[in-house]
Structure formats: structure tokens, C-alpha cells
Ligand binder design. Structure first.
Ligand code: UFG
Length: 329
């Protein structure tokens, strides 16, 4: 039995590949390398460079490698970019996911794990956010992911596929063994930006808004460590292989940190008091998103191991240093 990981050369996908290998699984990756890197994959992993929406390619890989489960990470993920290029996002995240799901059904793949997002909740009316809150994404990115959730549910009902949808909150940190991390150049994510600023790669960083209705006025997010998230996928895989029912689950720790708190932690862990500017709000940022995080524990028995912002920041800094040393930025 082999697991097909789409987007396996990307940030979260590469941690999934490592988690699968550590668990003794056979893995094949399909990645078009638009934002991923082949060098992050261990040599024993087969990388098929191509498009996860190419059904002939995908079906060929499924049959040749005996794939029983697909973990679908490949996606465009930048919210403001999705506002500027909605059709590109619907093509990549929705239309190609439809093609992938159809290829899975045709080739008889029984299990599907899908990377969804807290962005499906939009501006949540309730915090912490439970999975059964009415969904009202406010960006093309969130809508492109929600449509795939719907397609999966409908295809599962019609064709007997079983799936786990994982709605990620803010993913951060790096492999504790230093084998992978967030490598995307020009990444916009808070902890990556703060780590780069601490290491002198950016002269300063900005805080987008301190006038939100939160304790210190900056936005609050639930940061989940990337290897913990990969482990949640392994638990989902085990659940599906045992015959478990389809599930939709939040992936977060259920604890929020403000942007200013995160920056303080990065300053403390790095020992660098870098310059921070207060800027206007960034369009589309909800004030506060924190997961209601019990269901994944109850349903999958998943437990986090790295629920510690200082450790997450230390991993992000270590990965940034290693990219610098290897001249991979
Ligand atoms: N921020 C700054 N300065 C920066 C970068 C970020 O102040 O240089 C702030 C943002 O304004 C936001 C917070 O830090 O308030 C977190 O921003 P990120 O860009 O790290 O993450 P987002 O919360 O915007 O995005 C995450 C996921 C998306 C998902 C979204 C759902 O990365 O994939 O949550 O709301 F869609």
C-alpha cells in the first residue's frame, strides 16, 4: 500500500512525507514544483514532477504504485493573491481537485485526506470556532477550498470513497530534526517574516493593525506546529484504513496568540530586538481565529507534542539559519 502525497515538495506536504517514511509507509509524491523544492525529499521517495489535475498521470501513478490513500496538499495558499486572481485559484484549488477526486474514484482509491483551512469560516461569529459553525468564507481562497470539501462529501456519498477533511489554523515551525521547514521565498506568514527579520534578512517588519477588538489590539491566531499537523494526517490515515467514517476536523491547539505576543517571543528566543512598525490593517484579516480543538482529539486520539510557541519559534529560526547556510533562499 502506498500513499500518494500531492504537493509533497511543499511546506506542509514535505513534513507529511517525512512522517509517513518515519512510520514505515511507502510514499509517492506528485508536485509541479511551482512553490515546492525537490531537494527537500529524501532520495528513497519517488517524485513525479507534474500536475495533480492531470488525470492520466495521476491514474497511472495510482495503478503503478498501488496507491490506497491520497493526501492532497497541492494548492495555492495566499489569501490576497486569491483576491487578485480568483479564477487562477478556482482552477488550481477547485477544478484540479475535482479532477484528482475523479481520478481517485476511477482508479479505486478508498481513502482521501484533504488539506482545508480555517478560511472556510470567514469572520467567525464564535471563538473558539467549532466545526459545525455555518461556513462563510470571505476570500476566493477560502471558497476554493470549501468547494473541494463539498465535492469530496458528494463524491464520497455517491462512490463509497471515505475522507478526512482537516481544517488547518495557522501552521508554523519546522521539523524538530531539521530535515524540512518553510522554504518559500517571499513568504508572508508572521512567524517566518519575524524569523527573517531577527536574522537580519529584512530591515524591519510590520504589524498590520493594532486597532482590532482584541486584548492588545493586534490579531489573534492559533499556531499549530507543522509536525503535529503531519501527525494528525497519520492518525486520519489510520482511522480511514480501520474503516472509520468520513470526518471534518479542525487542526489547532485551541489557544490564541496575538501578533504582538508572537513578535515578543521571536525577539526573546532569537535575542534580537529588531525594528517593528505599526502599519494599517491588512485587508481581509479577521480579528481573531482560534480553533475549538476537541473533536480531533476525540475522534482520532491525536495529541500534540509541540504545543509550545517558544519551541515553534526556535524551530522556525533554526530552519531559517540552515537555509541561509546552504544558500537556499
Ligand atoms: N502579520 C503581520 N505582519 C506580517 C505578517 C503577518 O502583522 O509581516 C499578521 C497578519 O496581519 C495576521 C497575522 O499576522 O493578523 C497572521 O498572518 P499570517 O499571514 O501568518 O496568517 P493568516 O492568519 O493570514 O493566514 C492563515 C493561513 C491561511 C488561511 C488563513 C485563514 O496561512 O492559509 O489563516 O484565515 F487562509
Amino acid at each position: 500500500m502506498t500513499v500518494l502525497v500531492t504537493g509533497g515538495a511543499g511546506y506542509i506536504g514535505s513534513h507529511m512525507v517525512l512522517a509517513l517514511l518515519d512510520a514505515g509507509e511507502e510514499v509517492v509524491v506528485i508536485d509541479n514544483l511551482s512553490t515546492g523544492f525537490d531537494w527537500v525529499l529524501p532520495p528513497e521517495v519517488e517524485l513525479v514532477v507534474g500536475d495533480m489535475g492531470d488525470q492520466a498521470l495521476v491514474e497511472g501513478v495510482i495503478r503503478r504504485r498501488g496507491v490506497d490513500a491520497i493526501a492532497h496538499f497541492a494548492a495555492k495558499i495566499v489569501v490576497p493573491e486569491s483576491v487578485a486572481d480568483p479564477l487562477g485559484y478556482y482552477l488550481n484549488n477547485t477544478v484540479k481537485s475535482r479532477a484528482l477526486i475523479e481520478a481517485a474514484v476511477r482508479a479505486g482509491v478508498a481513502h482521501f485526506i484533504f488539506s482545508s483551512t480555517a478560511a472556510v469560516y470567514g469572520e467567525p461569529a464564535v471563538v473558539p470556532v467549532p466545526e459545525d459553525l455555518p461556513l462563510s468564507p470571505v476570500s476566493p481562497y477560502g471558497r476554493s477550498k470549501l468547494m473541494t470539501e463539498w465535492m469530496l462529501a458528494d463524491a464520497a456519498y455517491a462512490h463509497g470513497l471515505r475522507y478526512v477533511v482537516l481544517r488547518y489554523f495557522n501552521v508554523a515551525g519546522a521539523d524538530p530534526q531539521g530535515r524540512a521547514g518553510q522554504s518559500t521565498p517571499n513568504a508572508t506568514h508572521l512567524i517566518k517574516v519575524a524569523a527573517q527579520t531577527a536574522l537580519g534578512d529584512r530591515p524591519r517588519m510590520e504589524v498590520f493593525g493594532t486597532d482590532y477588538p482584541t486584548a492588545d489590539g493586534s490579531c489573534v491566531r492559533d499556531y499549530i506546529q507543522v509536525s503535529d499537523l503531519a501527525a494528525a494526517h497519520l492518525s486520519a490515515l489510520a482511522h480511514l484504513r480501520k474503516g472509520g467514517e468520513s470526518l471534518t476536523l479542525n487542526c489547532g491547539y485551541g489557544r490564541g496568540y496575538s501578533v504582538l505576543e508572537v513578535i515578543e517571543v521571536v525577539k526573546r528566543v532569537s535575542g534580537v530586538d529588531f525594528e517593528v512598525r505599526i502599519s494599517p490593517r491588512r485587508p481581509g484579516d479577521p480579528a481573531q481565529i482560534v480553533a475549538k480543538a476537541d473533536r480531533i482529539r476525540e475522534r482520532l486520539g491525536w495529541r500534540p507534542h509541540y504545543d509550545d510557541l517558544e519551541a515553534i519559534v526556535a524551530q522556525a529560526l533554526a530552519w531559517e539559519r540552515s537555509l541561509k547556510q546552504r544558500n537556499l533562499r
